[in-house]
Ligand binder design. Structure first.
Ligand code: ZN
Length: 312
């Protein structure tokens, strides 16, 4: 099997998207790691990530992911260009997903790494301290949830962790890397009074059932990163997210046979080298390093920053 799989993103447009992902075309989301993404090069060119996961199973995904989600690719990773408020929403956990939507469903815990933030950009993460479950349910049903939400300013380089059950919304002025469990379950609480046409309906009772009144996003401010290093941004049972930087020398990395690594360049340009395979990545391009690949390197071209997502 190949050691490296470069993925071709799929794009989605929604009412809140901008023009930064594909200049000249309104685009809200680039789905950079997704089961439907096609492989860019090599013997498996044109096949989907889902087909690759079926073919190679744990050798591609790693044991932890294999045990948890089987042949399903466990993560969905997107880049979001937010020009207007996204809906105020919430996701169920695994148990709630099975109860509300069926036995083969997964919940959705997610994390955001802010790639770029306008000076006054704000987001919503959680509800105000002291909110009672009854007050929360009433506000969800009455359409007055904005009175109870917790606004935050966030800056370039900040990382936010959103456990399932945490109410959240991204605001205008953010470019965001989002990693989440593979799941279709989004419950929309409030959509800024935009028309409910185009399928943007609200899911009031599901939202009441899963929103955590004590839920608060965890915010990790941007920290300094030495020129050639990696730093862990998030570790949770569903995914691990690391920030990588290389400038003066290659950065050596290792899958330990445990998990795939999804490497996305967020700044500059770099080449991933694993054995006799190599893939050069420009900004927002992604390569999947198979779990069984072992050691590999990120070679900077000038300098490079990248994010590494895995399931450990
Ligand atoms: Zn969400």
């Amino acid at each position: 099997m190949p050691k490296l799989l470069q993925l071709i993103p799929e794009y989605r447009d929604y009412v809140w998207g901008g023009q930064r992902l594909r200049p000249g075309t309104l685009t809200a989301e680039a789905w950079i790691v997704y089961e439907g993404d096609r492989i860019a090069t090599g013997a498996w060119q044109g096949k989907t990530l889902a087909e690759a996961a079926q073919e190679w199973g744990a050798a591609l995904l790693g044991q932890t992911a294999w045990r948890r989600t089987g042949e399903r690719f466990p993560l969905l990773i997107k880049i979001l260009d937010c020009q207007q408020w996204l809906s105020v929403q919430v996701h169920p956990n695994d148990e709630q997903a099975r109860q509300l939507a069926g036995p083969d469903q997964f919940g959705k815990t997610e994390a955001w790494h802010i790639l770029d933030a306008a000076a006054d950009a704000q987001l919503i993460a959680g509800v105000q301290a002291g909110t009672s479950p009854a007050a929360l349910a009433q506000a969800i049903r009455n359409g007055t949830i904005l009175d109870l939400v917790q606004y935050h300013r966030a800056q370039t380089g900040d990382t936010l962790f959103m456990p399932a059950g945490t109410l959240h919304a991204l605001g205008p002025g953010f470019l965001v890397y989002e990693v989440q469990q593979t799941s279709n379950l989004t419950y929309r609480i409030f959509d800024w009074n935009r028309p409910a046409s185009a399928g943007r309906t609200l899911h009031i009772e599901q939202s009441v059932a899963v929103t955590n009144a004590q839920g608060a996003g965890q915010i990790q401010p941007a920290g300094e990163l030495p020129a050639d290093a990696q730093r862990q941004l998030v570790q949770c049972p569903y995914f691990t997210l690391n920030l990588l930087a290389a400038q003066s020398q290659p950065l050596t990395l290792e899958t330990h046979g445990q998990s795939f690594h999804a490497i996305t360049v967020i700044e500059g340009q770099g080449t991933i080298v694993c054995g006799d395979e190599r893939v050069t990545l420009n900004q927002f391009e992604t390569v999947l390093v198979a779990a069984q690949s072992g050691g590999y390197q990120l070679h900077p071209i000038g300098s490079v920053r990248a994010l590494r997502a895995s399931v450990e």
